[in-house]
Design a protein around this ligand. Structure first.
Ligand code: AMP
Ligand code: GLY
Length: 422
C-alpha cells in the first residue's frame, strides 16, 4: 500500500513513522514535508492548500490512500476533492471540518444539542460585543475569532480595557482577517485541560488515550499562546469516570449531532476539554490530529494505524478492537527563539539523531529543512522530542536528556512540561 501524507509538521512526521511500522505499508510519500520527514518519506514540493496539485500528485504516484492532516486544507475541501477524483482519503469533508473552522458553528452545535460548554454570545458588530462585555462586567472573559487563526484567535481578557482591545483588534483592525468577521464572547472556565483525540467513522467513536498540551510559550504557563510546546500522555487528571461522562455527554452526542445536521464526521475528531467544577466541558473541537498531541498518543498505539485508517474510511470501526500500550509518553518541543512572534530561520541544528541518542526517545521534525546534508531550522516549532518509559517521570527525564543533546542558536523549550499541579 502507498499512502500520501499531506502536511509538514511534527504531527505528520509522527503519523508517517507510525504508518510505516505496518508491513502492509510499502511506502509513504509526503507533501510538502520537512527535513526529517524526508528521511522517512519521499517529499514533493506541493503546497498544502494546492488541492489540484495534491490530486495530480496522488494520481501520478498512484497512491492508495491520501491522508490530510492539517486544518486548512480540510476546511477548504481537500478530502471532498480526493473523493471526487476516486481516491480514498482520510479526514473529514469540508461540511464536517467546519466543526473546527467556525467557532460560531461549533458553539451553536453545542448549545442546540445540549453538549456542555462555556456560556457565550456571538457578535458581528464590535460595538454590540463591547456593550455586552461592559454589561456582563465579569473578568476574565474570553474573546474568540470565529475562523482559523493559527491557534492564536483566542484572547483571555482580564479587564474591560483588554476585552475592548481584543474585540477591536479582531473585528476592526482585522488582525486575523476574515476569521474575525464574527466573534464569540464566552465565559471563562477553570480546571485542568485535557485533549482527547478520537477516531470517528461517522457512526462509531473510538477515543484514543488522553493527553495534556502546554499551549503557552514560557514556563509556568506564562507568555503567548502557541501551537503547543509539549505534551504528556496519559493526562493525569482525566479519570476513568471522566472518560465515561465525556463519552455520554460529549463524544457520542457530538457525532450524533453532526449526523443529524447531514455533516457526518469521518477522521480524527479532537476534543479540547476542561474538567471544570461542574464537570467536563468542551473548550474547542479540532477536525484533525493535534500537534504535539499526536507525538505522545501515537507512540502508545499498539494496533496498526493503517488498519484503523482503512476502518474509518470504510465505516467499519465497530469491527476493530483498538489496543494501546500502558507506558506513558512525554514530548518536549524545541522552538526557534522568539516563537510565536518573530524568529530567524536557516540556523544549523547540531546533535540530531533519529533516536535522540536516548533509549525510548524519538525526534520528530516540525520546522526543519535538509540542505547539503545539514539540518537547518525552518519554522517556529522546530523539533518535538518524545520519550516513552515505564513512568511519566522517567519519560520526561529521558525526553529532556535527549533535548539537551540537541542544540541550535537561540533554541527555546519549556523546562516544566508535565510538572503542573492543580
Ligand atoms: P482554543 O483555541 O479555543 O483551544 O483556546 C486556546 C486556549 O485558551 C485553550 O487551550 C484554553 O487554555 C484557553 N481558553 C479557551 N476558551 C476558554 C474558556 N472559555 N475559559 C478558559 N480558558 C479558555
Ligand atoms: N495542540 C493543539 C492543536 O493541535 O490545536
Amino acid at each position: 500500500m502507498k499512502i500520501l501524507m499531506v502536511g509538514s509538521g511534527g504531527r505528520e512526521h509522527a503519523l508517517i513513522k507510525k504508518l510505516l511500522e505496518s508491513e502492509k505499508v510499502d511506502e509513504v510519500i509526503c507533501a510538502p514535508g520537512n527535513g526529517g520527514i524526508a528521511c522517512d518519506a519521499r517529499c514533493f514540493n506541493v503546497n498544502v492548500m494546492d488541492i489540484d496539485g495534491m490530486i495530480k500528485l496522488a494520481q501520478d504516484e498512484n497512491v492508495d490512500i491520501a491522508f490530510v492532516a492539517p486544518d486548512d486544507p480540510l476546511a477548504a475541501g481537500m478530502v471532498d476533492a480526493f473523493e471526487k477524483a476516486g481516491i480514498r482519503a482520510f479526514g473529514p469533508r469540508a461540511n464536517a471540518a467546519v466543526i473546527e473552522s467556525s467557532k460560531v458553528f461549533s458553539k451553536n452545535l453545542m448549545k442546540d444539542f445540549g453538549i456542555p460548554t462555556a456560556k457565550y454570545e456571538v457578535f458581528d458588530k464590535s460595538e454590540e460585543a463591547i456593550a455586552y462585555i461592559r454589561n456582563e462586567n465579569k473578568y476574565p472573559t474570553v474573546v474568540k475569532a470565529d475562523g482559523l487563526a493559527l491557534g492564536k484567535g483566542v484572547i483571555i481578557a482580564n479587564d474591560f480595557n483588554e476585552a475592548e482591545q481584543a474585540v477591536k483588534s479582531i473585528m476592526e483592525d482585522k488582525v486575523f482577517s476574515e476569521a474575525g468577521n464574527r466573534i464569540v464572547v464566552e465565559e471563562f472556565l477553570t480546571g485542568p485541560e485535557v485533549s482527547v483525540l478520537a477516531f470517528v467513522d461517522g457512526k462509531t467513536v473510538c477515543p484514543m488515550v488522553s493527553s495534556m498540551d502546554h499551549k503557552r510559550a514560557l514556563d509556568n504557563d506564562k507568555g503567548l499562546n502557541t501551537g503547543g510546546m509539549g505534551t504528556i500522555s496519559p493526562n493525569p487528571y482525566y479519570s476513568e469516570e471522566d472518560a465515561k461522562v465525556c463519552m455520554e455527554t460529549i463524544f457520542l452526542p457530538t457525532v450524533a449531532a453532526m449526523n443529524k445536521l447531514g455533516r457526518s464526521f469521518k477522521g480524527c475528531l479532537y476534543f479540547g476539554l476542561m474538567l471544570t467544577p461542574d464537570g467536563p466541558k468542551v473548550i474547542e473541537y479540532n477536525s484533525r490530529f493535534g500537534d504535539p498531541e499526536t507525538q505522545v498518543v501515537l507512540p502508545r498505539l499498539k494496533t496498526p494505524l493503517v488498519d484503523i485508517v482503512e476502518a474509518v474510511i470504510d465505516e467499519k470501526l465497530d469491527e476493530l478492537n483498538i489496543e494501546w500500550y500502558d507506558t506513558p509518553a512525554a514530548c518536549v518541543v524545541m522552538a526557534s527563539g522568539g516563537y510565536p512572534e518573530k524568529y530567524d530561520k536557516g540556523i544549523e541544528i547540531f546533535g540530531l539523531d533519529e533516536k535522540g541518542q536516548v533509549e525510548g526517545a524519538t525526534v520528530y521534525h516540525a520546522g526543519t529543512k535538509l540542505e547539503d546534508g545539514k539540518f537547518l531550522t525552518n519554522g517556529g516549532r522546530v523539533l518535538g522530542i518524545t520519550a516513552t518509559a515505564e513512568t511519566l517521570k522517567k519519560a520526561l527525564e529521558n525526553a529532556y536528556t535527549a533535548v539537551k543533546k540537541i542544540n541550535f542558536d537561540k533554541a527555546h523549550y519549556r523546562t516544566d512540561i508535565g510538572s503542573k499541579k492543580f
